[in-house]
Design a protein around this ligand. Sequence first.
Ligand SMILES: [Zn+2]
Length: 312
Amino acid sequence: MPAIRIARWKNDARAAVSLYYDDGTDSAFEMVVPSLLRRRIPGTFFLCCGWFEGDKAPKLARWSLCREHPEIVLGNHTWSHCGVQGPEDLADQLARNAEGLRAVTGLPPRALVAFGIPGGVPWKVTPVEQDACFAAAGVVLRHVFPPENAGGPPGLHKDVRMHTAADAVAALDRAEASGDREALLFHGVGGDWIAFPAAEHERLLAEIDRRRAEGRLWPDAEIALHKYETERDAARLSPRPAPEGALAAAELSFGTDPAVYDEPLTLVAAVPDGRDSVVLEVAGAAPRRVPAVDGRAVFDLAPAASLSFLLR
Ligand SMILES: [Zn+2]
């Protein structure tokens, strides 16, 4: 019977990466958004809606292009970027910003949203208080990363050490070597503050695109990576007796709520030599043909409480 496993990352990539753009800068909107859309690479833009009140409201409203473009994902960065003086303050900052973001994205209140702690401001909450506030607000603290993954000009901040595409690609190399995930942080790109050079950013996107095409890297929005990791770690794959003529059968139980954790999981099945495809039959759905490459069939299954499937 061929072995089936849940892939560590989407499409059985070796590693994953998410791109963060903090503060909703003009350069992020004007330069980064078109570049990401051109290459279909997702990015997460962490916005403080309180920065866009009054005559700046159109600069927030334009981010509603995220409704048509799944590559553009908004994250919560507190309402005002002023820091927090305690748990009540944090709850208020999260809730006000979440409401502002929902008006832009149109997402339902239960949709999970990634959160980035604003830098350079007081943050007077304990980890326990913080976790309780995040859970209540439906936000997910983004991946913590080293200064080597923060982009900007040399010499500006000691915690900004990614100055060129090569510096950023070193993080991709680390991710591939460890089989883990990385996050890369930007503020301005080619303008605004802590600006990373636009040409270097383009080179980085080209390299991400290339590694994705080679099946090495899965670049996606922060919340997609979070959902995938959570589902992957909670799911259970149980082999079942394969009926006559089938290669394998199995049941996949998701340990997560499919209404919230809705990221498809990738499965990988070993396929006998000489087969160039298999047919996947999921209970309740039309059969679909999956190509087999190098003795391996890779396919996605959308979350459900539990589903059984077989391969022919
Ligand atoms: Zn910020």
